[in-house]
Design a protein around this ligand. Structure first.
Ligand SMILES: NC(=O)c1ccc[n+]([C@@H]2O[C@H](COP(=O)([O-])OP(=O)(O)OC[C@H]3O[C@@H](n4cnc5c(N)ncnc54)[C@H](OP(=O)(O)O)[C@@H]3O)[C@@H](O)[C@H]2O)c1
Length: 348
């Protein structure tokens, strides 16, 4: 493990220098890793591990698009692709990568498939932290570990293919075998993590739910919409409003921020932009603090979890979600966005 100074706080991290792939293969040499669920994370993690020489089987309910996707990705029914329970029985590491609502629905069957000494693996602290609502309480005789990539399953795969990686947090809830930590780190390296940093199941889920409701998705979408609407209200064209709100961000600024940080961005824009951004950043920060406070409290108290489980357990949840998603897709702003993207030279 290495110790890195993150802005004055020393934290532990693990990279493939401290924990090489060869060591991960050694640790997982006698294991069968059963990846349950072939949605978004399932494919990313399963394919990376398979390419890294780990013995992987996939568990997925039959007759679904996800099953067909697994077949398309080279998993062979009856050999490396099975119904959920069969895969869970074969696995000595059972990666529970169903949707969080799906985990609640299938837990009684999956629990029955766990053998003494198995490792039960999560990529989210959700099911364990909110056990009062999920009823997911693992038996005492298994390891319970977490590796949570800090990115979409799609980039877990695409970053692996282009030679980079997605950073992941890891946590140990139960160490029955005495091997829980080395198993977690081996799996974290085998799925292609950039670096691994320690957390707890609780901190993982609190930060993750806050992040996706906040800056990563909810806040970002809300702030973009607010600025676009103000520009439109004052007579700017959709093309101008979209370019000034989204296209310039995604095609230029955020790439520079990714490479160099926001501090560098402040130092490398026009002095006009600099003066304005320096003045306005604190106003925006202070305006959203109460919203973030409310958000964190609702995450911590489990109110957000209750909402997710209720909404996503309804039989018609996909249709209902789709209706809401269609409203965004059909809005002027995102239709304007489609037109702007189509005009990019590479898309013309
Ligand atoms: N999305 C991400 O990139 C991401 C990032 C970090 C961590 N995670 C975590 O990784 C885990 C998996 O997330 P995900 O986004 O990959 O999930 P997802 O795409 O929503 O997963 C759907 C999977 O769950 C199965 N499923 C759902 N309900 C089921 C049920 N009642 N019975 C049986 N199977 C059911 C689906 O099967 P069908 O196709 O048959 O419905 C599919 O295989 C979660 O804990 C999530 O929080 C996800």
């Amino acid at each position: 493990m290495a110790h890195i100074d993150f802005g004055g706080t020393i934290e532990e991290v693990i990279t493939s220098e401290e924990f090489p792939l060869e060591k991960a293969k050694e640790v997982l040499g006698d294991e069968t890793v059963a990846v349950l669920g072939y949605g978004v994370q399932g494919p990313g993690q399963a394919l990376n591990m398979r390419d890294n020489g780990i013995n992987v089987v996939v568990g997925q309910r039959k007759g679904t698009q996800s099953w067909d996707k697994a077949v398309g990705d080279g998993f062979i029914p009856g050999d490396t692709l099975f119904p959920l329970e069969t895969a869970a029985q074969k696995g000595t590491v059972v990666q529970f990568l169903l949707s969080d609502a799906g985990q609640v629905a299938t837990w009684p069957q999956i629990k029955a498939c766990l053998n003494e000494g198995d490792a039960l693996y999560f990529s989210h602290g959700f099911s364990i932290t909110y056990k009062d609502q999920t009823d997911i309480v693992p038996p005492q005789n298994v390891d319970v570990i977490l590796v949570a990539p800090k990115g979409s399953g799609r980039t877990v795969r695409t970053n692996f293919l282009d030679g980079s990686g997605i950073n992941s947090s890891f946590a140990i809830l139960q160490d029955f075998t005495g091997r829980a930590r080395e198993r977690a780190l081996a799996l974290g390296i085998a799925i292609g993590s950039g670096y691994l940093f320690p957390t707890t199941f609780q901190n993982e889920v609190y930060s993750d739910l806050t992040g996706e409701r906040g800056v990563l998705m909810g806040c970002l979408a809300g702030v973009m919409e607010a600025q676009y609407n103000i520009l439109r209200k004052h007579g700017h064209t959709p093309s101008e409003a979209f370019n000034e709100t989204v296209e310039e961000l995604t095609q230029s600024l955020i790439r520079l921020v990714a490479e160099n940080g926001m501090d560098w961005m402040f130092s490398n824009c026009s002095t006009t932009a600099q003066r304005g951004a320096l003045d306005w950043a604190p106003k925006f920060r202070d305006a959203v603090v109460p919203v973030f406070d409310e958000l964190y409290e609702r995450v911590k108290s489990g109110v957000e979890t209750k909402r997710v489980l209720e909404a996503n357990s309804a039989p018609d949840y996909r249709e209902k979600l789709q209706k809401e998603l269609d409203v965004i897709k059909n809005s002027e702003m995102w239709r304007a966005g489609a037109a702007v993207r189509a005009l990019r030279p590479e898309n013309r």
